[in-house]
Design a protein around this ligand. Structure first.
Ligand code: XIL
Length: 337
């Protein structure tokens, strides 16, 4: 018997039922085996890690591929879960055809908007009965230069109002689902300021935005995390926005640390990670009035996108369950309150 089947281990989602939803990013393979068991016991929200992204679900004009997300939805229904929709407008994982005309030149603004409408309408109509929050726009804020908005095909072809347009289109089709702007590092001062500016401006222009997603790809070494996080939550809440933690993982490596010779997490790392998870969940609970969902970007350390980011092929151990699917120290810290 694995520990997650063990009745002595409390259910994470159950423990947090009066606070917020507890989610995990999943692929179809996670729905069975040990990951499937963990999902059923500990989670009540699922985000398709890749399968709802434009390139997967709408790889060619006029052709949609619903198979994977349909299976995730079926699993969610069966186990009484809801889903987050991720994501419509992003500079990554979006196929080139969206931005090209028949001659391979840039498509017109009108054509790209029309394609986006078809995309959002089709995906919403199929999944809006189970999706409670949509990442309508992902990672639009520029973080390498002083500029506010990142360059992307969306922005270049549609213009700076592409974000507002995307939210307006989504509003027409989502039903009861909430509309989110999602980004990384948006709790850090340098990006918080820009994000606030962007969101305030969109809200002033009556853009239908309900909330902001804090991705939360963090690490155990960031001394300013808790202060930054609180400040960010308060800043976004001051705009009347709902907040969701959308892609939480806590790497054992500092972002700049590119070592490849660490083959196992040290005791120090595991202990520090438990402490950071405990601290951030304390903050999440403190702000439960504005935080409506907390999603982990994966299930166990057996497989995580951090194994390939920012260093390809370097193992990381950023989640709450270990490579065997057993709860880690961090898990026990966040359920004991
Ligand atoms: C990542 C997935 O986890 C990987 O499997 C994929 O190869 C790349 O994308 N921000 C996001 C997520 O919004 O969609 C990204 O997910 C991680 C960073």
């Amino acid at each position: 018997m694995t520990e997650c089947q063990n009745g002595a281990v409390p259910s994470l989602a159950e423990k947090y039922k009066d606070y917020f939803k507890i989610g995990a990013a999943v692929t179809v393979n996670d729905l069975k085996g040990i990951h499937g068991e963990i999902l059923i016991k500990h989670f009540n929200s699922l985000t398709p890690e890749n399968d709802m992204k434009f390139e997967r679900i709408h790889p060619e004009e006029g052709r949609y591929n619903f198979e994977a997300v349909d299976r995730i939805k079926e699993f969610a229904i069966k186990n009484n879960m809801q889903m987050r929709g991720h994501t419509f407008v992003w500079h990554n994982q979006t196929p080139e055809w969206v931005f090209r005309d028949r001659d391979g030149k840039d498509a017109s603004r009108e054509l790209v908007i029309e394609r986006l409408r078809d995309h959002i309408k089709t995906v919403c109509e199929r999944y809006r009965d189970i999706v409670y929050a949509w990442d309508v726009v992902n990672e639009a804020v520029e973080d390498k230069t002083e500029k506010l908005l990142r360059d992307s095909n969306w922005r270049r072809i549609i213009g700076d109002d592409y974000i507002k347009i995307a939210f307006e289109i989504a509003k027409e089709y989502v039903g009861d689902g909430k509309l989110f702007y999602n980004d990384y590092n948006n709790e850090m001062p340098y990006k918080l300021e820009k994000s606030y500016k962007l969101l305030k401006d969109l809200l002033d222009k009556d853009t239908p935005i309900d909330g902001v997603g804090i991705q939360a790809h963090w690490n155990i070494w960031d001394k300013n995390l808790i202060d930054n996080l609180k400040k960010a939550i308060e800043t976004y809440a001051s705009l009347g926005l709902e907040i969701q933690i959308t892609e939480l993982d806590i790497s054992v490596f500092e972002f700049e640390d590119r070592r490849t010779d660490v083959l196992e997490p040290t005791q120090e790392m595991i202990e520090l990670q438990a402490k950071v998870y405990e601290d951030v969940f304390n903050v999440f609970r403190e702000y439960k009035d504005v935080i409506t969902s907390v999603t982990l970007w994966g299930i166990s350390d057996r497989h995580t996108w951090k194994d390939n980011f920012p260093v390809i092929g370097r193992k990381d151990w950023p989640l709450l369950f270990d490579i065997n699917g057993n709860p880690k120290k961090a898990f026990y810290r966040i359920v004991n309150f």
